[in-house]
Design a protein around this ligand. Structure first.
Ligand code: 5AD
Ligand code: SF4
Length: 476
């Protein structure tokens, strides 16, 4: 324990320490509100993946608890950008938008701007901020998200940008405030970090080593989510198939799924992301036998060339990947399979690319996220002298996109005319008299309906397939 200046005891255990600082920040906020005669607002903008989206829910939870008022608008008194650095264009988007924030700040002297997330773990980014963006009030990294309240308190003592970036932190802090973005579905972290070091990927450097939450904490969180109205949970991890290996009492991901499947009231369980090297027969069995696990597997291929896969350090080859797809289709015939593919990896020849196209045609993915290779400094692939010229990458990207889209459309057509359960998620953005929902296989459906359907799972006839989505009618 440590004593603060006025001899208060600052707890050295978590979450007590953060709850202490939430109270401190609240006192300061109340003073400010009195001085200004108004409440102060905040806005959190999320870039990147579902992990970041979940971290943002934790940031919002702490800010709400302190007493800030959420605002839809980035012109707020406190703005946090939760950044991504997986590909270069993510970096550029962030810096582009910070310029706009500085304009707001000139007009509102109370405004504070914080940057956090994966980009902040990179030294070159911190240098750039120090040099060219002095109006940023605070920067914190991926290991510090749970310490927002404490860092806000400490940053007040700094005249320049306060920087809190750790190299690592193995702690998993439970039971801090959070807000759920949706009432009917929730993201649940089951593990943090990644140990795989795929040669192109920055994630292991910015999110640290793999560590799993205890099954009891995961299941309790799912139970709490269900009690507050969730019917769907998405279990999140960079490589969920290696869940539990580092726990004192190891547990497999299949067993975690079986436990989640038994939670009273849960209707749909999704998970992301599966690494092909760790996808076990037992996992396929657990999905097939479960009552609530969605028949959708996101299984990043990255490349169809065994030579490139080996260079990428992926620990599987083309044949192993295709045999996994076959096994999934045999045991879960209605499973949809989606994937991630990178084109233009250093040294990729036309023959390598054709191998990728061959896997795409054989596996017949329901959908695929396609990426142009992006050089990330600090990764092994960035050192290769064999970078592929931009016009070759663009050409391959277009050919790949066309192929995955054609196949995706053909696959989607197969369900046209059938009746499927749909979880209604929101009012249709283009038609206030319609709603949008998702099938178990993750496809989007639009149908006539009103907001009281949101969060309900209802049978819908898929009248017309329009490429990647359906127009449907509720079956009553
Ligand atoms: N360049 C392009 N795509 C990448 N991904 C990860 N790193 C890179 C990179 N350097 C893609 C992978 C991964 C997805 C989340 O992002 O396909 O599965
Ligand atoms: Fe990156 Fe590979 Fe880890 Fe995925 S498994 S986060 S691609 S290093």
């Amino acid at each position: 324990m440590v004593r603060s200046e006025n001899r208060e005891i600052i707890p050295d255990t978590e979450p007590e320490r953060q709850l202490f600082f939430i109270n401190k920040d609240r006192e300061i906020l109340l003073e400010k509100e009195k001085e200004l005669g108004r409440q102060l607002t905040y806005h959190v903008t999320t870039f990147g993946c579902q992990m970041n989206a979940r971290d943002s829910e934790k940031l919002r939870g702490v800010l709400n608890e302190i007493g800030y008022i959420p605002s839809e608008d980035e012109n707020a008194d406190l703005v946090i950008y939760n950044t991504c650095t997986v590909r270069e264009n993510a970096d550029n988007r962030v810096f582009g938008r910070i310029g706009v924030l500085s304009g707001y700040k000139k007009k509102n002297p109370e405004m504070k701007i914080y940057l956090c997330g994966c980009m902040m773990q990179e030294k070159r980014i911190i240098e750039k901020i120090r040099k060219s963006y002095p109006f940023i009030d605070m920067v914190f990294g991926t290991f510090n998200v749970y310490r927002l309240a404490e860092l806000m308190y400490m940053s007040r003592q700094s005249d320049s940008t306060a920087i809190f970036v750790e190299e690592s932190d193995d702690r998993i802090v439970e039971d801090l405030p959070e807000v759920q973005t949706y009432s009917f579905k929730a993201g649940v972290n089951i593990m943090y970090g990644c140990n795989n070091f795929c040669s192109y990927c920055i994630v292991p450097y910015v999110r640290g080593r793999e560590r799993s939450r205890k099954p009891i904490d995961v299941i309790r969180e799912i139970e709490r989510d269900v009690q507050s109205g969730a019917v769907e949970v998405m279990l999140l991890g960079q490589n969920v198939n290696s869940y539990g290996k580092t726990l004192d009492e190891p547990v497999s991901f299949s067993d975690l799924l079986r436990m989640a499947d038994k939670v009273d009231g849960i209707k749909r369980i999704r998970f992301m992301t599966s690494h092909p090297k760790d996808l076990s027969d037992d996992l396929i069995k657990a999905i097939a036998e479960s009552e609530h696990v969605c028949h959708h597997i996101h299984l990043p291929l990255q490349s169809g060339s065994s030579r490139i896969l080996s260079d990428m350090n992926r620990h599987y080859d083309k044949e192993k990947y295709l045999s996994l797809v076959e096994k999934i289709r045999k045991n879960i015939p209605d499973a949809s399979i989606s994937t991630d593919i990178i084109v233009g990896y250093p040294g990729e020849t036309e023959e390598d690319f054709e191998e990728t196209m061959d896997v795409v045609r054989t596996a017949r993915f329901d959908s695929a996220f396609t990426f142009e290779y992006s050089k990330r400094s600090g990764t092994r692939a960035a050192l290769s002298e064999n970078q592929i010229p931009a016009e070759v990458v663009k050409d391959r990207f277009q050919r790949l996109l066309q192929e995955v889209q054609t196949i995706g459309r053909e696959k989607a057509m197969e369900l046209e005319g059938s009746v499927k359960d749909v979880l209604i998620e929101e009012i249709d953005r283009e038609d206030p008299f319609s709603v949008t929902g998702r099938l178990d296989n993750n496809s989007v459906v639009h149908l006539k309906g009103s907001k009281d359907l949101i969060g309900k799972i209802i049978p819908v006839r898929l009248d017309e397939c329009r490429g990647f989505y359906y127009m449907g009618t509720a079956v009553v």
